[in-house]
Design a protein around this ligand. Structure first.
Ligand SMILES: *Cc1c(COP(=O)(O)O)cnc(C)c1O
Length: 341
């Protein structure tokens, strides 16, 4: 049995999701008449109390479209130095938006209002790029799945308001944060100009992300999506999976979090585990001793039928998900205790 904890993207559609997909009503989304895509977009917008949404192939695409629409060439985007938009989107901000990033050093990837305030350039100084966007990530992937306190987001929103800056959320795992805090999507929807959510992570869809925002914003994003080659036709097959996931797979994320915490407990006392990072949601990260490289560990784990990824020179990440059951958890314990260096 291969235990795949490389990412929460590795899940396969459940039987119920497959049935929803194969019975979906279809149209041509480039013509704007795929009824299932329309239903998904309306559902997502309503969920966050926002006006409109755009269904896209990936979270990279929804983030990149948001940044493209919010900025002009020569802009600067404020974000944490561990942000996905900086580390894992292929330099897309410079390539797609001709803009630079102002990288802040937050608390495990979470920046605060004072840092944002200090990072805004003087618009009258011709030496500096023009600050045009602030981008947050919640939960914070590279920060081990930690999440923002609502009051910290509110304070950043306040700074954005004072400087008339839009605020974007990379909410690839926003539902992981919300099931922990009990806060509502509507509360978070009010705080951002745009939100990107992933359906293909903890929600268990095969493909898909949504960009959510104001009507005119989404209209512009739709144009850029087409330019990037992201127009798709009978996308209702995939949208049906998204609708199913929003209806059925949000609350259960708590189970993933409980299993991630159990992984943390199982790692305690394992000889090669130097430190276990705090586990707030579905991500568990541990540090190896200086004598063992993360790449070596990942290769050895794979031989033992355990999938994980490197997250730094000596850091290893496990992500729990819909296809990781209690039975897999027991097997995980057996495997991790059987690995020796
Ligand atoms: C996964 C992820 C994305 C989007 O990734 P895609 O693979 O392009 O869908 C964006 N932001 C964060 C924080 C992520 O974890």
């Amino acid at each position: 049995m291969f235990i795949d904890l490389r990412s929460d993207t590795v899940t396969k559609p459940t039987q119920g999701m497959k049935e929803a997909m194969f019975t979906a009503e279809l149209g041509d989304d480039v013509f704007g008449d795929d009824p299932t895509v329309i239903t998904l977009e309306e559902k997502a917008a309503k969920l966050f109390g926002m006006e409109a949404a755009l269904f896209c192939a990936s979270g990279t695409m929804t983030n990149q479209l948001a940044i493209r629409v919010h900025t002009l060439p020569g802009s600067e985007v404020i974000c944490d130095k561990m942000s996905h938009i900086y580390l894992y989107e292929g330099g897309g901000v410079s390539l797609n938006s001709f803009s630079s990033l102002k990288l802040l050093e937050g608390n495990k990837g979470r920046i605060n209002a004072q840092q944002v305030r200090d990072a805004i350039n003087n618009p009258d100084d011709i030496h500096q790029p023009v600050t045009r966007l602030v981008s947050l990530e919640n939960t914070m992937n590279k920060g081990g799945g930690c999440y923002y306190q609502l009051s910290d987001i509110e304070a950043i929103r306040q700074v954005c308001n004072e400087h008339q800056l839009p605020l974007h959320l990379d909410g690839a795992r926003i539902f992981n944060a919300l099931v922990e805090t009990g806060e509502s999507t509507l509360t978070h929807g009010q705080l951002f100009d745009s939100i990107s959510i992933c359906l293909s992570k903890g929600l268990g869809c095969p493909v898909g992300s949504l960009l959510i925002g104001k009507k005119d914003f989404i209209k512009k994003a739709r144009r850029f999506r087409k330019v990037m080659g992201g127009g798709w036709r009978q996308a209702g097959f995939l949208a049906a999976a998204g609708i199913y996931a929003l209806d059925n797979h949000i609350e259960r994320l708590k189970e993933d979090h409980a299993r991630a915490r159990k992984i943390g407990q199982m790692l305690e006392g394992v000889p090669f585990v130097e430190e276990i990072y705090p586990i707030d949601t579905n991500i568990a990260i541990f540090r190896l001793p200086d004598s063992i490289l993360a790449t070596e560990f990942v290769a050895k784990a794979k031989e033992h039928e355990l999938g994980c990824v490197t997250f730094g020179k000596h850091l290893v990440r496990f992500v729990t998900h819909l296809d990781f059951s209690d039975e897999h958890l027991m097997e995980f314990e057996r495997v991790i205790k059987g690995i020796a260096f």
